[in-house]
Design a binder for this molecule. Structure first.
Ligand code: NAD
Ligand code: UDP
Length: 312
């Protein structure tokens, strides 16, 4: 049994991770400021004596006398509409949050994993994206508060590793979806599902020919847990994503078919700096994470997600 701190643990991915860690018998402290997360997402865990929910903002240092073996640093809004709502707060969350959690890891001699993102590749010129690609990111655009915050966090993690010998892990998460995304999340999978279930127009931004590679949340959580248990010399970054690539029009068609919806597709303006293509090269993850590979197809994952939204 380990003592594990999860920041952003009441969010979409964090709540799945907390459930997995608690059910494996670990003590889990979930830190969240509830900006996009909710107590409701982890409510079922409150009956476990080893689970502790703490309202805390990671831009402020966190102190505890409890033992901590591992930290998963997930706190940060991930949907463009949420991270652009207060961009200054977003970049503070990434950078101050990383510093505060790295310092905490150091005090406790804990391993620490950073939830970085495929956004560090920006609008990529290399396709698919291997970890060795440095990316093509606009420093001054609307997405920069998120992209550059995450890039700076990676820098901080590697500097704490080299300078202070901290045990760090960096994962670059590609678009992930599943139950417990919020109805107002604004990301494409939840938007299209909700629109399809309500027989409302499906809003495709731009031409719909831009691509993304969608990973079901359980596959990601499996990769995160495996990454945390790799040997100390392996810091990453490592891509965690599903390499099956779809255009947004294809995604809309899948969702219309699976929901049996009467929705029609409508086109809306493409947001600025919207990446044209995204597909992870997961060679490194397969090699270092004992053959990890996504096992849930888009249709299977969408079915599970659709039935979650139907049950709300
Ligand atoms: P989410 O918005 O559902 O979860 C983020 C959580 O962090 C929420 O519970 C929120 O309340 C909390 N939070 C935000 N700011 C905070 C702060 N200052 N202090 C404490 N808590 C704070 O998003 P998610 O999809 O679950 O993403 C989780 C992590 O994974 C994020 O770091 C995100 O950047 C990363 N990520 C997600 C995806 C994806 O496709 N879902 C892709 C790449 C990276
Ligand atoms: N998108 C869309 N309709 C929506 C929401 C998003 O067509 O209702 C597009 C968006 O422009 C982007 C893709 O879907 O090209 C993925 O968007 P999301 O916000 O889910 O993730 P990200 O852009 O951060 O990869």
């Amino acid at each position: 049994m380990k003592s594990i701190l999860v920041t952003g643990g009441a969010g979409f991915i964090g709540s799945h991770l907390c459930k997995r860690l608690v059910k494996e018998g670990n003590r889990v402290i979930c830190l969240d400021n509830y900006f996009t997360g909710s107590e409701l997402f982890v409510h079922d865990l409150l009956k476990y004596p080893g689970f502790q929910l703490v309202e805390h903002d990671v831009t402020i240092p966190y102190k505890t006398t409890s033992m901590i073996d591992e930290i998963y640093n997930l706190a940060c809004p991930a949907s463009p509409i949420h991270y652009q709502y207060d961009p200054i707060k977003t970049i503070k969350t990434s950078i101050l949050g990383a510093i505060n959690m790295l310092d905490l890891a150091q005090e406790h001699d804990a391993r620490i994993l950073q939830a970085s993102t495929s956004e560090v590749y920006g609008d990529p010129f290399v396709h698919p994206q291997p970890e060795s690609y440095w990316g093509n990111v606009n420093t001054i655009g609307l997405r920069s508060c998120y992209d550059e915050g995450k890039r700076a966090s990676e820098t901080l993690f590697m500097d704490y590793y080299r300078q202070n010998k901290l045990k760090v892990k960096i994962i670059r998460i590609f678009n992930t979806y599943g139950p417990y995304m919020t109805v107002n999340d604004g990301r494409v999978v939840s938007n299209f599902i909700i629109q399809a279930l309500n027989n409302e127009s499906i809003t495709v931004y731009g031409s719909g020919h831009q691509t993304r590679s969608f990973q079901y949340v359980d596959d990601l959580v499996e990769g995160m847990v495996r990454m945390m248990s790799t040997e100390d010399s392996f810091t990453g970054p490592v891509n965690l994503g599903n390499p099956d690539e779809f255009t947004m029009l294809e995604l809309a068609e899948h969702i219309i078919r699976l929901t049996g919806s009467r929705s029609e597709i409508v086109f809306r303006p493409l947001p600025s700096d919207d990446p044209k293509q995204r597909k992870p090269d997961i060679t490194l993850a397969r090699k270092m994470l004992h053959g990890w590979t996504p096992s849930i197809s888009l249709d299977e994952g969408l079915r599970k997600t659709i039935s979650y939204f139907q049950g709300l």
